[in-house]
Design a binder for this molecule. Sequence first.
Ligand SMILES: [Zn+2]
Length: 226
Amino acid sequence: MVDIQKIFAEGVESSFLVEIGARTIIMFILILIILRLSGRRGVRQLTLFEVAIIISLGSAAGDPMFQEEIPIFHSIVVFICVIFVYKLVTWIASRSENIAHLLEGKVLPVVKDGVFDIKHENDNTFSRMEFFSELRNLNIEHLGQVKEGILEVDGTLSVLFYADSDVRYGLPLFPSSFKKVDVFSAEGPFACMYCGHVVFSFENDSKACPRCNKTQWSKALNSKRV
Ligand SMILES: [Zn+2]
């Protein structure tokens, strides 16, 4: 049997509860100061390097809030060391592009001239589904509206659009139009569901994509951005 009483309350000393309150307030203020000192404006998107920093700080920040035997001074020493390493590595990275790439990753071109950049198909650095959803979040109906799309190191997507007059046929991104069609009975143009390559009609029996060799096609769209 699971002993609920033991899990929740074994060893609770009421006198220590007040100390927990005080420790938590002190640690919380220290965390805010440390994050402010790190020089970051926001925490919406973190690079992998910054996530590593946050994880290192996590236990040093949280444990002393409720562990009687941990003096807060130890946490302060950890904070100082981590911030020192963070500043040092950031400084080194600012002087060497290679080290910066090693730490933060590189920007990744994902769309170029209305089609997926398939050079990176085996990188596994981004999931196709996630990427579709990111593009939809930017109100992009189909790839033919996108001149260039880049995945930034913090995981956000930056997109350059075609002018309305230059919008071309492209792969639909919303499920209502992203549907497999039979290229021999349906009306073209078609977009390769894998790489976004657009084909207007199929002359011979093969329906393999000339760009990526996959064989699933959706109807292409060329609607303008609204
Ligand atoms: Zn293709």
